[in-house]
Ligand binder design. Structure first.
Ligand SMILES: [Zn+2]
Length: 145
């Protein structure tokens, strides 16, 4: 499975995540699941991590609700979420796997371990609690037309 994100949206995520350090930053992604199997991110939401720590995140529930309403109003499908790892690599932690309850969602993780070279990866998390498996998606950053 492939997932695409526009350069502008990618840059917004990186900029926001850098600003939120040392804490994890988080948000939602929305767009369309195309007939050719490509998942296209059309809008990213930069939301508040109410945990305010560098180890995990919880999206502000009111902002989450507002974002879902905005997606509906704009005909966008909720595709999953994104969060940053200020000091660790771009792969799901045990905690991330535990909380990844939607096997159809794309989970994007931005690593700022090396701040000059942010790394964004997308994952699917499947299986029952305690035996979850992680599959990496091919993420394509699209240069804007
Ligand atoms: Zn994480």
């Amino acid at each position: 499975m492939k997932i695409t994100i526009g350069r502008k949206d990618y840059d917004r995520i990186v900029e926001y995540a850098l600003k939120e350090r040392p804490n994890e930053a988080c948000g939602l992604i929305a767009g369309t699941d195309r007939d050719d199997g490509i998942r296209e991110i059309k809008k990213v939401y930069l939301l508040t991590n109410i945990d305010h720590t560098n180890e995990h995140f919880s999206i502000d529930p009111r902002e989450q609700l507002r974002s879902i309403k905005d997606m509906r109003a704009n005909g966008l499908t909720p595709l999953g979420n994104w969060h940053s790892h200020p000091e660790s690599p771009s792969r799901p932690s045990e905690e991330d796997k535990r909380l990844a309850n939607d096997s159809s969602a794309s989970y994007l993780i931005l690593s700022l371990e090396n701040e000059d070279e942010p790394v964004l990866n997308a994952f699917h998390v499947e299986g029952e609690q305690g035996q979850r498996s992680v599959r990496k998606e091919e993420l394509i950053i699209k240069e804007e037309e």
